[in-house]
Design a protein around this ligand. Structure first.
Ligand SMILES: [Zn+2]
Length: 299
């Protein structure tokens, strides 16, 4: 774990999935809990080294790599967990993540492992956008929907922990089809993010970005990738196609090898997000023909 102090007492704990730790008056506020018990233990060890007790854990969104460690912190410390509505329900009922990936049916075993199904935890307080006081901490809860439907970042002073609103360049390069639940919301979030009045932006993966050119450039790269996915999905509709055919065409166009069912179901969400964006814009439509749901360009 690489620890970067972004501002006095505000730490970015960089690992597989990043976390944040804010230290005030001998108390600690943790942002996200990592994938599992091991990740949460690493954050806890750092907090103990800083001589702080955790006051609360803020969970940005209900993806297992961000809240998977929460059950351990709750069990070990009895620390209250804070999360946005909807995301909170998924954290308390983690079957929902593999359930939606698998189209609402009882998920296959592969989707029930820790990367897509966390241990359940109890959310003490469901948070809304706006200012929030937690012990000695005065934070601002900032809506960042798109990657997850009700993802929220949390700001302390001039640092915004911005969850998975923005992915680092390496992720854009490696994964191509970055996970996105609502493409229009994600684009709008990426448009707003560089305009927000924070000095540092600390995402859930990769390094932190400074205000100005750094955050602008990475938000632009993420926007361009989402736009590219949307364009390639539309280009895949030269003739009517079912969803699996579109996924294959788009993955092929990026030179992407999807090798596991989990990776396939994750890619499928992003392609469906693009199709639903196109449908809302009147550029594509779905119709059932010959017992197949077929997508085609709307003319
Ligand atoms: Zn995520």
């Amino acid at each position: 774990m690489n620890i970067v102090e972004l501002a006095p007492g505000i730490f970015h704990l960089q690992g597989g999935s990043n976390m944040g730790l804010v230290v005030r008056e001998g108390r600690g506020l943790l942002i996200d809990a990592g994938l599992d018990e091991d990740a949460a233990r690493r954050a806890l060890r750092f907090a103990e080294r800083e001589g702080v007790q955790l006051e609360a854990v803020f969970l940005t969104h209900a993806h297992a790599d961000h809240h998977g460690g929460a059950y351990f912190l709750q069990r070990r410390l009895g620390v209250p967990l804070y999360a946005p509505a909807l995301e909170a329900a998924m954290m308390e009922h983690p079957i929902i993540e593999p359930l939606f990936l698998f189209g609402g049916a009882a998920p296959i075993r592969e989707l029930r492992q820790k990367f897509t199904m966390a241990q359940p935890c109890q959310i003490a307080r469901v948070v809304d956008a706006g200012p929030l006081e937690v012990g000695p901490f005065r934070v601002e809860v900032v809506p960042l929907p798109g990657h997850a439907l009700n993802q929220m970042g949390v700001a302390v002073d001039d640092v915004l922990f911005c969850a998975d609103a923005v992915f680092p360049a390496e992720t854009l390069e490696k994964h191509k089809l970055i996970f996105c639940a609502d493409m229009d919301a994600a684009q709008e979030t990426l448009e707003r993010l560089p305009e927000m009045l924070y000095a540092r932006f600390a995402p859930g993966h990769g390094p932190a970005y400074a205000t100005g050119e750094e955050i602008t450039a990475i938000c632009r790269a993420n926007r361009e990738r989402l736009e590219q996915i949307r364009e390639r999905v539309l280009a895949a509709l030269t003739e009517p196609a079912d969803t699996d055919t579109i996924i294959r065409r788009v993955a092929d166009s990026f030179g992407l090898q999807v090798t596991t069912a989990t990776a396939f179901f994750l890619a499928r969400v992003t392609v469906l997000a693009a199709l639903s964006s196109l449908e809302r814009a009147g550029e594509a439509r779905a119709a059932v023909e010959g017992n197949r749901l077929m997508w085609q360009k709307a003319v």
